[in-house]
Design a protein around this ligand. Structure first.
Ligand SMILES: C[S@@+](CC[C@H](N)C(=O)[O-])C[C@H]1O[C@@H](n2cnc3c(N)ncnc32)[C@H](O)[C@@H]1O
Length: 338
């Protein structure tokens, strides 16, 4: 999976696919400006909670082509004068695309990996965890096994192997699922949360992804998905580097990683609920009024105002982006507080 997505020359993201070319899947920031305007409200809320620090750092991990950062800035948040945005993006193609999206002189730094200095602010990741490298576990009569790939007469085949003892903590008890059930072993996501949590001196971690309890994923299946050209693929082993490979994220190992990083889990809601709490209806109504005032002129601002209603319905659709989970965790006031 690491090579299929991130190999420097042949990997899906390194080849400039995904959000950098907008051809393979649609994420919330790509639906328009509404999502960024609401994330800007969430950032303001956190800045106020932290008592308006002079320097407020927002690390956006898996920032893609910088679209969300652009919309956050465009929304003109109250924390703007204190705001420093750090866009962390592994794909060089996506990083290159950021420059063209962001206004010249904007308080933005672009990095390939998480910064090293402690962060006072928010570490934010929209649809990152589902793209971090995961393994596949299968429930057998003898406990969990790991599904690995092997070659048989030039064909990729699956081979069951022992599960490393350290990976057991990332899975539920094997007795809780049917024999043959499979689950993702989300090692990459858990490692990333540990690193991000460790950076956060004060403030919040905000994760948005498709996530569900592990037992739900084991029963329902279908959690491993590939995408190419806006279409779902089937076989993750075919044509590596040509499609995106993602997983629905099991909630329990994410919660455990948050707790292990010394953060408090303060919210788990669907994206629809979260955006409602941030006032999506009010922004849609304001857009309608802008449209009505400018409709006769048909100017761009009026059209953008009207399109907010469509964006809102996509962002809150319970069967689509609205069903994503927003997971919020917070560093206690000071690391000394216990
Ligand atoms: C599904 S895309 C989401 C992009 C963007 N957040 C959005 O919502 O449109 C995931 C992005 O995470 C990037 N990525 C994967 N692993 C990463 C890592 N360890 N650090 C930073 N970015 C990473 C990928 O290159 C890709 O651009």
């Amino acid at each position: 999976m690491e090579a299929a997505l991130y190999d420097p020359t042949a990997g899906f993201f390194a080849r400039g696919r995904g959000p950098a070319d907008r051809g393979d899947f649609v994420t919330s920031p790509e639906t328009g400006s509404l999502f960024g305007a609401l994330v800007a409200r969430a950032l303001d809320r956190e800045w106020v909670r932290l008592e308006r620090p002079d320097r407020f750092t927002v690390v956006e991990a898996g920032a893609g082509d910088g679209r969300l950062a652009r919309e956050i800035l465009r929304a003109g948040p109250e924390c703007g004068a204190a705001l420093e945005l750090v866009l962390v993006e592994r794909s060089p193609a996506a990083r290159a695309a950021q420059a063209g999206r962001l206004p010249a002189g904007a308080p933005v730094r672009s990095l390939e990996d998480l910064p090293v200095e402690p962060v006072i602010g928010v570490i934010l990741a929209n649809e990152l965890l589902d793209n971090l490298v995961f393994g596949i576990a299968e429930a057998t009569g003898n406990g969990w096994a790991e599904v690995r790939v092997g070659l048989e007469a030039d064909r990729v085949v699956e081979v069951l192997d022992d599960l490393a003892p350290s990976d057991r903590a990332l899975l539920p008890s094997v007795e809780d699922v049917a024999t043959g059930a499979r689950l993702p072993i989300v090692r990459g996501a858990v490692e990333w949360i540990a690193r991000a949590g460790n950076l956060l001196a004060a403030g919040s971690l905000l994760l948005v992804d498709y996530a569900a309890p592990a037992r739900t994923l084991a029963t329902r299946g279908g959690w491993l998905r590939t995408y190419s050209g806006h279409r779902r693929g089937n076989d993750p082993y075919s044509t590596p580097g040509v499609h995106d490979i993602t997983t629905d994220v099991p909630l329990e190992p994410v919660r455990a990683a948050i707790a292990a990083a010394g953060l408090d889990l303060v919210g788990e809601s669907t994206q629809a609920e979260w955006l409602t709490g941030l006032g999506i209806a009010e922004l849609v109504e304001a857009g309608r009024r802008i449209w009505e005032a400018g409709a006769a002129r048909g100017d761009l601002e009026a059209i953008a105002g009207r399109s907010r209603a469509v964006e809102a319905s996509v962002l809150t659709d319970p069967g689509g982006l609205g069903g994503f989970m927003v997971i919020e965790a917070r560093r206690r006031r000071s690391r000394g507080d216990g």
